[in-house]
Design a protein around this ligand. Structure first.
Ligand SMILES: *Cc1c(COP(=O)(O)O)cnc(C)c1O
Length: 390
């Protein structure tokens, strides 16, 4: 049976392109098609658009334009930050340790694992508390001259928890160790003053903040050593070769500007998120909130449901017309809890049943209310299925 309505509640996975952003991008697909690296008038117009965009992003972060590197997205920004900083630190000072949290996005975790497996680095995991937060003192204790780079996520994509990035950054700065934060989720909701956050490297992505897919930014504080990951032309200070995608760069800057403006005016829908955090756990037996109850992204609610397969729950919710997601990746019928949920210390009977519900600009109160109303019946149906299967 097809549901009557479809309610999208998965804005942490991606967001729709804002129509204002689309309008700003439009001319750069056709009329203003020049290559910013060309010397002639067509190239100059394209270059001016790229540099205006770079200035816009720099103004928001409180940095200089030459500290902004345009990439193809959050994943590439994370790769350039970790690979670039690790390889430069190895070459310049023989550092061989990488320190990350166990609740990183795979773009950071898999990159760090690759550096450990194939490039001679030692990977060390910071502890996290039951909310998925890193204690800045633990970072301070583990820092050593051999630490090449530290990476701790700002706003968590799976559990919403916000890390104390500024304090972690200060610990790293005191030890002259480059500090990277993945702010891809945070960028749509939290101010990102790089000086106050004490970050050396920070990743942003366009499609998580109502911008286009395929575009991101890496903030790199001036002077922080970085080894280029892609080589070729001299674009982006020689750190990211390849012809600029002018429309995507223009779109990123406009989307970021609008998102930060809305966040500053607190149009973030915290009240609807709190409605979910309050009502979902009491709507059926054995449901817990994951991540921090308050120190979390304003659009983000996440849960674990005991003795239930999160993938089955997400599928059942989808059949009922609600788009949500789970943290656990299902490997050919053998579901494994995600690394993030596992790091919270939950036992397997809880950790397999993770659910993420994330709100966005188009979300209405009635969408959330209808979700809360439908939820207990759907959980019970999935549980009943599980009982007959067992
Ligand atoms: C989505 C996401 C990424 C990857 O960004 P893409 O632009 O999709 O490559 C990295 N980190 C976090 C926290 C994310 O949510």
């Amino acid at each position: 049976m097809q549901p009557d309505t479809h309610v999208y509640l998965d804005y942490a996975a991606t967001t729709p392109l804002d129509h204002r952003v689309r309008a700003a991008m439009e001319p750069y697909f056709s009329d203003l098609f020049g290559n910013p690296s060309s010397l002639h008038f067509a190239g100059q117009k394209a270059e001016a658009a790229v540099e205006r965009s770079r200035q816009t992003v720099a103004d928001i972060l409180g940095c200089t334009p030459d500290e902004i590197i345009f990439t193809s997205g959050g994943t590439e920004s994370d790769n350039l930050a970790l690979r670039g900083a690790a390889l430069a630190a190895a070459r310049q000072r023989g550092a061989d340790r990488i320190l990350i949290s166990p609740v990183e996005h795979h773009a950071v975790l898999k990159t760090a694992e690759d550096l450990a497996e194939h490039f001679g680095f030692r990977l060390e995991m910071l502890p996290v508390d039951s909310f998925g937060r890193v204690d800045p003192d633990d970072v301070r204790k583990r820092l050593a001259p051999s630490t090449a780079v530290v990476s701790v996520i700002y706003g968590n994509n799976e559990i919403g928890t916000i890390n104390r990035v500024a304090e972690i950054g200060r610990a790293c700065r005191e030890n002259s160790t480059p500090f990277h934060t993945d702010a891809v989720q945070a960028a749509a909701h939290l101010p990102l003053p790089v000086e106050r956050l004490t970050v050396d490297l920070m990743s942003l992505g366009g499609h998580k903040l109502y911008g286009p897919k395929g575009i991101g930014v890496l903030y790199r504080r001036a002077g922080v050593p970085l080894h280029a990951v892609s080589t070729g032309g001299s674009q982006e200070g020689g750190l990211r070769a390849g012809t600029h995608s002018v429309p995507l760069i223009v779109g990123f800057a406009e989307a970021f500007r609008l998102a930060q403006d809305e966040a500053a005016r607190r149009l973030d829908g915290t009240d609807l998120r709190d409605l979910l955090l309050a009502h979902i756990p009491e709507s059926a037996p054995e449901i817990l909130v994951t991540g921090h109850p308050q120190e979390r992204l304003p659009n983000h609610a996440s849960f674990v449901v005991r003795n239930l397969d999160g993938n089955q729950l997400v599928a059942a919710l989808d059949r009922a017309g609600f788009a949500t997601s789970t943290g656990s990746a299902c490997k050919t019928g053998d579901p494994e809890p995600s690394d993030v949920i596992t790091a919270l210390g939950l036992t397997r009977d809880w950790s397999l049943g993770s659910l993420r519900v994330t709100l966005g600009r188009p979300t209405q109160r009635v969408d959330v209310e209808s979700f809360v109303e439908a939820f207990p019946r759907i959980v019970e149906a999935v549980r009943a299925l599980g009982r007959t299967a067992r």
